[in-house]
Design a protein around this ligand. Structure first.
Ligand SMILES: [Zn+2]
Length: 66
C-alpha cells in the first residue's frame, strides 16, 4: 500500500469560494473554513459565519477556486 507523504490538517477539506452578496451583488472570495465572520465590503451584509469547522456560507456561491 502506498504511503501518504503529505500531512494534512485533521479538518474537513477546505477551499476558497467565490460568493456573491445577496444584497448588492458584489463578488468576493471567502475561505470555506473561515474562523471569523466575513462581511460584504460594500454593504456590510454577513457572507459567512464561523461554526468551529466549516464556515456557514450565507451568500450565493458562484464557484470554487482551487
Ligand atoms: Zn453587499
Amino acid at each position: 500500500m502506498p504511503r501518504k507523504e503529505r500531512v494534512l490538517y485533521p479538518k474537513p477539506r477546505s477551499s476558497f469560494l467565490l460568493v456573491k452578496c445577496a444584497s448588492c451583488a458584489t463578488e468576493r472570495v471567502v475561505y470555506s473554513n473561515a474562523a471569523v465572520q466575513v462581511k460584504c465590503d460594500s454593504c456590510g451584509e454577513v457572507l459567512a459565519e464561523p461554526t468551529g469547522g466549516r464556515a456557514n456560507i450565507l451568500a450565493e456561491v458562484i464557484k470554487k477556486m482551487d
